[in-house]
Design a protein around this ligand. Structure first.
Ligand SMILES: Cc1ncc(COP(=O)(O)O)c(C=O)c1O
Length: 399
């Protein structure tokens, strides 16, 4: 058993007396994930996907752990504004900003000297930012979002996000940018969701894993070429391309191989939420989980817990349900899943579970756990060493 393996009694004993339900981050595992991810990133810097953390203290802890961690990728304009006001800087908003009042607030931070970078993929985005930046008397820094999906006959392998599909679209957008005096381009982001966010090592799904691996193999080559060509074309056209961002937790091994990429984005790997258990290229530790209380014993080997149904966003499916964690061997019931007010758990293992005991589950997506709890207990070395508010706990609810 390694120092990073955890069993049921470890958490049950240290949380004795703590009110249910509770969420926690095991700092020993979190810090080990921070170290492993830093190694995986090679010589690229790492921008933290704040949406996958949603807790200021843990963002700060990661940034302080190693200088390889530089800046945040924010998920809304107002989140970037809030984080800026809370002392963070170098904030790349990973998705388009539109609403006047929100962009105005971001421009007010820029006017104070803070770095907030907006994401664009349409001429309308550029013109909107130019208009508001002009009113605010600032020049807004922007980044082009390059579509990184791959199209195969009958299959769109990737997500629908950017309208910039390659270098010719990017050059057209650059023409618009050049004509807008209150925006300045400083780079490009391409998020290869089909590589970074799709597991290829699901237990019991050998055929599907093989297909995903095959598709990833051809997609990575194609998208690397697309990102490289687009960067080169924009540079040749006179664009300043300082920041070239790519990747996510699931794609580091491929993204870092592109010489033009200057930084990678990582978030989910820090908590290593459930969906990130199923990749062949890495294995991080489950540092975040939550405990629910056994309150009913409807029949032998069935333990019904109060609450627990924190399902994840995305295409609805079993993979979005919480992942049964501890004691080892617990299972959800297909018929009920994890519910609003109750979650029945099947268990036939050696632990003697009783009313009032905890069951530990993990969210399948990382940051969404923090929308369900106002605080995270912090655990280290067999003890609760503190508690820290989530974004929700600070009264913030961005998306
Ligand atoms: C633009 C962008 N970059 C990177 C990521 C990767 O984040 P994570 O490491 O949490 O998977 C995401 C996740 O959705 C994203 O939307």
């Amino acid at each position: 058993m390694s120092q990073f393996d955890r069993n049921y009694s470890y958490y049950r004993d240290l949380f004795k007396g703590v009110g249910f339900p509770y969420a926690f981050v095991d700092l020993d595992l979190f810090d080990e994930n921070v170290r492993q991810i830093a190694k995986r990133a090679g010589n690229k810097t790492i921008r933290i996907a704040s949406k996958s953390v949603r807790c200021k203290e843990l963002l700060k802890r990661t940034l302080a752990a190693d200088p390889i961690y530089q800046g945040l990728m924010c998920y809304t304009t107002l989140e970037a504004v809030w984080l800026s006001q809370e002392g963070f800087d170098d904030l790349l908003i990973g998705y388009p900003s539109w609403q006047d009042s929100q962009v105005q607030e971001a421009c007010a931070e820029i006017a104070k000297g803070k770095t907030i970078i907006f994401m664009v993929d349409l001429p309308e985005h550029v013109k909107q930012l130019d208009k508001i930046a002009k009113q605010a008397g600032v020049v807004a820094t922007i980044c082009i979002d390059l579509d990184m999906s791959s199209d195969y006959p009958g299959l769109h392998f990737g997500v629908w996000r950017s309208a910039v599909r390659g270098k010719s679209d990017a050059l057209k957008l650059w023409d618009t940018i050049k004509a807008c005096p209150n925006v300045k381009l400083n780079g490009l982001m391409g998020y290869e969701a089909q590589i970074a966010g799709v597991g290829d090592n699901w237990p019991g799904k050998g055929a599907m894993n093989a297909v995903v691996k095959f598709l990833k193999g051809i997609s990575v080559k194609e998208i690397a070429k697309r990102r490289g060509e687009t960067v080169e074309a924009l540079k040749a056209a006179g664009a300043d391309m300082k920041l070239i961002n790519g990747g996510g937790t699931g794609s580091l091994e491929w993204t870092i191989q592109e010489p033009w990429v200057t930084e990678v984005t990582v978030g989910s790997g820090l908590y290593n939420s459930g969906l990130f258990d199923n990749y062949t290229n890495f294995r991080h530790y489950p540092s975040a989980a939550y405990g629910v209380e056994i309150v009913r014993l409807p029949k032998p080997n069935l333990y019904t817990c109060h609450g627990g149904g924190y399902a994840a966003s995305g295409a609805a499916g079993k993979d979005k349900l919480p992942v049964p964690y501890l004691p080892a061997g617990i299972k959800l019931l297909d018929q009920e899943g994890a519910g609003e007010v109750q979650t029945p758990i099947v268990y036939t293992g050696p632990e003697k579970l009783q009313l009032g005991d905890p069951i530990y589950l993990r969210h399948s997506k990382a940051g969404e756990l923090c929308e369900r709890f106002t605080a995270l207990h912090l655990v280290s070395n067999g003890k609760i060493v503190g508690s820290t508010p989530t974004y929700r706990g600070e009264g913030q609810c961005f998306l």
